[in-house]
Design a protein around this ligand. Sequence first.
Ligand code: ZN
Length: 496
Amino acid sequence: MEAEAAIFVSVVAFSWLVFAWEALLYRRQRRVHLSTLTVPPELVGSSLTQETLLKARSYQLDKGAFGSVSNLYSQIESTLILLLGGIPYLWSFTGDLVRRLGYSADYEVSRSCLFLLLASLFSAATSLPWSLYGNFVVEERHGFNKQTLGFFLKDQLKKLVVMQMIVLPISSLLLHIIQRGGPLFFLYAWAFTLLVTLLLITVYADYIAPLFDRFTPLPDGPLRREIESMAASIAFPLTKIYVVEGSKRSSHSNAYFYGFYKNKRIVLFDTLLAKGVEPQGEGEELQGEEPKGKGEEPKGEEPQGKGEESLGKEPQGEVPQGKGEEPQGKGEEPKEKKDAKLGCSNEEVLAVLGHELGHWKLGHTTKNLVISQVNSLLCFSLFAALIGRPELFAAFGFHDEQPTLIGLIIIFQFVFSPYNELLSVVLTVLSRRFEFAADAFAASLGRATALRSALVKLSSDNLGLPVADWLYSAWRYSHPPLLERLRALGDARKDD
Ligand code: ZN
């Protein structure tokens, strides 16, 4: 086989191998879900009731089935794009478009931006039916969807526009650097992406996230004072505390902190507070306001290292948060709904924050940032070594020209795919270690008991199941399964 055919076949075959492996893992997971019919002995008497467990089981089975079908669709779509030469087709189409607009197709950077724009429009269009079904059928059925169709569509459009405004200028600059950087271009390209990452971390929370969600300062009260005193006790440089509404878009995030150096902010999700702050009489305003679902988080250039946290047990799923005690509007079992969402007491909120601050104190965010930068430097160096190989381009239908953008896509996405898979597994394993360490940190602040009950409540509120297939969770879970975390905390508790 010629080199280019071998490259193409290996890339397609590898993507199917990964797909088959994940489908196999999911079958194992599904078997565990099907056989989970009663609350595990460790959790009998906890806030996870038998009724909630059965609801969670049906939610997880539904969500899993939907995920399998949509994954199969994506896999077929991307294979067809490769087999039918979608990438060279779109590239030559942008060339024609640029010429028709009266420019020379030699303006490679403008042409590349047009390519990226059209590719995002295509992917937005093909993924829309799936996200509509996911939100308005699957999530709706289990009482998680809070969005109206109009709101959802507006939100998707906003996301697309904001993404393009970020991605296009950054890509143009990066392409210029790669093309004009000389022999050391990969160093400059890496330094540039590092700079962009730091910039995005700086502006994301203050300027980008508020475009999608409403942030309000946490009102003064016992909770606020206790958070401040806990932060002070471990020298966390806290400047502001916010509550964010519409936590739905952020699959399972319950609290996070962000900011550089001596200027840190804490953000609590309204669902975390739910009823917890109500009895204190100081946080009611937070409950009254209309929740706004905000769709998913913008993907892609999302800044790393902002310390976002998810305590739910299945972080890779796009599961919206439970939304406090809002009835679902279907009129079914309103009383049950009210009881179904527990929310956290102040003690539990503080325990969750103790876990978050553990990530800071133990340097997890910095470590993640360093790892991602070392990886990025490595990838750019390999890219420099490979970009001059015409057979890589030829393998994907580019025989006469080697556009830089196409080189980036081929090398970073296709050639590196085995490496990317491996890295993702290693990072998932590392992430679980960090979670245990952050739990232990919260326990060292004397908050093990409250954290245990918070974890059970959050899992129940999100209709998570406390059990998982070990291989599936080892491969996919960035957070350890609930029972493992509880067991680890049980030991830590002796140190309280
Ligand atoms: Zn964590």
